[in-house]
Design a protein around this ligand. Sequence first.
Ligand code: CMP
Length: 131
Amino acid sequence: MIKPDAVENGHIGAILEKITGAGFNIVAMKYTQLSRRDAQEFYAIHKERPFFGELVEFMTRGPIVAAILEKDNAVDDFRALIGATNPAEAAEGTIRKLFATSIGENAVHGSDSDENAGIEGAFHFSGREVF
Ligand code: CMP
């Protein structure tokens, strides 16, 4: 996902350019907004964390871009491309270093395993929307 902060700040195009430039193939994509229920479900794994309320507030405050990306070694390569969760710790040239503002408002989300990529892809897209 390209998160609400990056959308608000006009970074959709630049972020997609970095993603496709790094060799990822976009197999599904949509511009949408999460409801509170959507965000609570998507981030259910974090529901006991102190930042959960803030995370749901943030992720629902404006539109996002959701996408499914394909590449060999996609999960690890995408995590390398986006950088550390906290932009202050993200490597130079990574998407979060370039476009994120804080650990909470960190511009993009990437799946942390192939299994979760499947679950998260199915959360956003029906079979007819994946190419
Ligand atoms: P993401 O990779 O989408 O996965 C969980 C999200 O929770 C994370 O990016 C941040 O947006 C948010 N998050 C993680 N840690 C913190 C924190 N310490 N304070 C606020 N938000 C956080």
